[in-house]
Design a protein around this ligand. Structure first.
Ligand code: GMT
Length: 379
C-alpha cells in the first residue's frame, strides 16, 4: 500500500551555517519526494530553493517591547509553530539545532489540543551540545527539550556520544549523517578562477565557513604564511561571517596578495568546482559539511582531526588530517598536496566515492522519512 505524503514543519536558522544549509537541503528533497514542507524561521533560509513546489515559508515576527532588555524569540516562534501546525495539520515538527528550536517545538506541541499535536523530531548539529551543553545556564533546558522530543538525531556518532556524555540524555539518539548533492554550477571553472585572479598554473586553496572563533582562521592564516613560493597558490575564503577581524593578521603575515575573500556567495558550487585543495582548522566540528561539499567535487582537504571529521573523511585515504591548533602540521599538509598532484587526485577521488556511497541524498533522506513514519506510528 502506498504511504500518504507527510506534512512536515522545519524550524532552523536561516543564516549561513551547516544546520540551516542541511535543513534547507532536507526540506527541498522531502518536497521533491512529494511531502509538503513548511519552513518556520525569522528569515527565509539562504539556500532554500525558490523553485521547489510544496515548500512554504512562514516568517516569525519579533517585536521589541521596551520592557524587554533582550528581545525574545522562543515564545513567538512557539506560537508560530503552533499556528502553522494547526492550520496545515502538520504531522511532524523537525527542529534543527536544539536551542531554542526544540524548546519552542515542545511548547507548540503542548499548546495544541491532543488531536492536532505533531510529533517533534530534534536534530542536533554540534554546538547545541558541544558548546551550549557545557553551559549550566542552558544544559538543563536543552536536556529537557531533548527528553521531551519524540525522537532525537545527531549528525555524527561523535555528537551522539558527546550528547549522552555532556548532557546525560538517557533517551536514544539516532545518528543520521549529513548529506550533500551538489546543484549545477552556474559559471565554468575557468570563469570562476579568472574572476578570483587564480592563474592557470596556480592551485586554488579553498576555505568556507561562518568564520566563528572555533574555526581557528588564525591557525589557517599562520599555516599559509609558513608556505614557501606563494606564487604556487591563491587562497579563497568564502566567508559566511565578517572577515574584517582577520584582515589585520592577513596584512601582518604579508598574505594580502595571496588571500581573496568573497562574502554572501549565491552559488557555492561555482567555487567548489574551481578548488584544488580545501583547508579546515577547526578546534571542534561535529561533521563539517564543507568538507563533504568539497569531497563531492573530488577536492581533498587538509583538516584538523577533531570531532566527527574522521567519520566524513579518513586520514591518508580521502584527506590529510592533522592535530588541532598546529599551524606547522597544517602547512606541511598543504605543502604535500601542492607538490603532489597524484596524491591530490587519489585523495580527491576517494573522498568523492565516499561522499557518494555514504552521504548522498538517496542514502540519507529516506532515513529521515523512515524515522518520521516510525515515530508517528508509535504515537
Ligand atoms: O559551526 C558551524 O559551522 C555552524 C554549525 C551550525 O549550527 O550550522 O555547524 C554545525 O552543524 C553542521 C551541520 O550539521 C556541521 O557540519 C558542523 O560541523 C557543526 N559545527 C560544529 O560542530 C562546530
Amino acid at each position: 500500500m502506498e504511504e500518504r505524503p507527510l506534512r512536515i514543519g522545519i524550524v532552523c536558522y536561516p543564516s549561513v551555517g551547516g544546520s540551516g544549509i542541511l535543513a534547507s537541503g532536507l526540506g527541498d528533497e522531502l518536497a521533491a519526494r512529494g511531502h509538503e514542507v513548511h519552513f518556520i524561521s525569522y528569515e527565509r533560509p539562504v539556500r532554500l530553493n525558490p523553485e521547489q513546489d510544496r515548500v512554504y515559508f512562514h516568517p516569525v515576527e519579533i517585536n521589541s517591547y521596551e520592557l524587554f532588555k533582550y528581545p525574545d524569540y522562543t515564545l513567538p516562534l512557539s506560537v508560530k509553530l503552533a499556528e502553522v501546525s494547526q492550520a496545515f495539520e502538520l504531522d511532524v515538527i523537525h527542529a534543527h539545532y536544539a536551542v531554542p528550536h526544540a524548546t519552542a517545538a515542545i511548547l507548540a506541541r503542548e499548546m495544541l489540543p491532543p488531536a492536532h499535536r505533531p510529533v517533534v523530531v530534534t536534530t542536533l548539529h554540534g554546538t547545541d551540545t558541544t558548546l551550549l551543553g557545557r553551559d549550566p545556564g542552558y544544559a538543563p533546558a536543552i536536556r529537557f527539550a531533548l527528553e521531551a522530543s519524540d525522537a532525537i538525531t545527531a549528525v555524527s556518532e561523535f555528537l551522539r556520544q558527546e550528547t549522552h556524555r555532556l548532557l546525560g540524555v538517557a533517551k536514544d539518539i539516532q545518528v543520521i549523517h549529513n548529506f550533500f548533492d551538489p546543484r549545477k554550477a552556474v559559471r565554468s571553472r575557468e570563469a570562476v578562477r579568472q574572476e578570483l585572479g587564480v592563474a592557470e598554473e596556480q592551485k586554488l586553496i579553498l576555505h568556507l565557513s561562518n568564520l566563528r572563533p572555533i574555526k581557528r582562521v588564525d591557525v589557517m592564516l599562520n599555516a599559509l604564511a609558513k608556505l614557501k613560493d606563494r606564487d604556487r597558490f591563491k587562497v579563497v575564503v568564502l566567508a559566511g561571517g565578517s572577515f574584517a577581524p582577520y584582515q589585520g593578521l592577513v596584512r601582518q603575515l604579508s598574505l594580502s596578495d595571496s588571500v581573496v575573500v568573497r562574502e554572501s556567495v549565491a552559488v557555492v558550487e561555482d567555487y567548489l568546482q574551481a578548488a584544488d585543495i580545501g583547508v579546515f582548522t577547526s578546534d571542534s566540528e561535529s561533521f563539517c559539511l564543507s568538507i563533504l561539499e568539497l569531497a563531492s567535487f573530488a577536492c581533498p582537504c587538509v583538516s584538523t582531526l577533531v570531532g566527527g571529521i574522521p567519520e566524513v573523511v579518513q586520514d591518508n585515504e580521502s584527506a590529510l588530517l592533522v592535530p588541532a591548533g598546529n599551524s606547522e602540521a597544517v602547512a606541511a599538509g598543504i605543502d604535500r598536496l601542492l607538490n603532489d598532484s597524484a596524491l591530490v587526485q587519489r585523495l580527491g577521488s576517494a573522498a568523492q566515492t565516499r561522499a557518494h556511497d555514504l552521504f548522498s541524498t538517496a542514502r540519507i533522506v529516506p532515513q529521515y522519512e523512515a524515522l518520521y513514519r516510525r515515530v508517528l506510528a508509535e504515537r
